[in-house]
Design a protein. Structure first.
Length: 255
């Protein structure tokens, strides 16, 4: 993805955290950026603070909401050529007790897996009509090295990784490229306490490095900041067991 190419970008799930920071960074590069979210008050607040950001209401857990938002975005922004499937949730779960994890696991899969699948289904035909388009997915370093406390999240991000790899193959002969962002732990509110965790990467540093990687290699299929490579390449390096042990010695709440 050429971030300086005057793209029109839709980022559902961008009212806070990595999504909003990336939206503002792409706007600063001269792109037209539209963000989506569930909370009307939060969207209104962002629109008031950043009047050049477009806003669209969307609940990525609701197929009807996705369909309505996709129709609105395509009508308001017919030049749309980039979709970033940003929305995601993370939950600490105890899988030794079925009554303690099933509802959480279903919510995580609905948001993190079905949400991106439904978003891509809603936009892929439109994107294929553009001369140069991108689907950008968001996985995680935990797709490659598991955090014991968050089984459903790990699995959902592993699914997004292989979905991205598969889509890249299927869309290879089209105008649509597939880019996978692979974040490490970043200082956001994804988990309680993570926004102040010394283990997590500062949000501003993370987004700045992502933008620089996209700028330096517009054809990258996977965007890996240096911090995530410890997790991403553990198996290939042959130190997977040590990395799993190191990762799981850290409290997931950042304490």
């Amino acid at each position: 993805m050429d971030i300086t190419a005057n793209n029109t970008v839709f980022i559902p799930g961008a009212t806070s955290g990595i999504g909003l920071a990336l939206a503002l960074a792409l706007r600063a590069e001269g792109n037209t950026v539209v963000i989506g979210g569930r909370r009307a008050d939060r969207l209104a607040s962002i629109a008031a603070e950043y009047p050049d950001l477009g806003t669209v209401a969307v609940d990525t857990t609701d197929p009807a909401s996705i369909a309505a938002a996709a129709k609105e975005v395509r009508e308001r922004y017919p030049q749309l050529n980039v979709l970033i499937t940003m929305a995601g949730i993370m939950r600490v779960e105890d899988w030794t007790r079925p009554d303690a994890f099933l509802d959480s696991a279903e919510s995580v899969v609905t948001t993190n897996v079905l949400g991106p699948i439904r978003l891509i289904a809603a936009f892929v035909e439109h994107l294929r009509e553009q001369p140069d388009a991108t689907i950008m997915t968001v996985s995680s370093g935990l797709a490659f090295t598991p955090l014991a406390a968050t089984p459903s999240y790990n699995a959902s991000k592993a699914a997004i990784h292989l979905l991205s790899e598969s889509l890249r193959l299927q869309l290879a002969d089209t105008s649509v490229s597939v880019v996978e962002i692979v974040p490490p732990a970043v200082r956001t509110t994804l988990l309680p306490g993570q926004e102040t965790s010394e283990f997590a990467m500062p949000l501003e540093d993370y987004v700045a490095e992502v933008v620089e990687l996209l700028r330096s290699d517009p054809n990258a299929g996977e965007v890996q900041v240096e911090r995530v490579k410890f997790l991403r390449h553990a198996e290939a390096r042959g130190d997977y067991g040590d990395v799993v042990a190191t990762l799981n010695a850290v409290d997931p709440h950042g304490k």
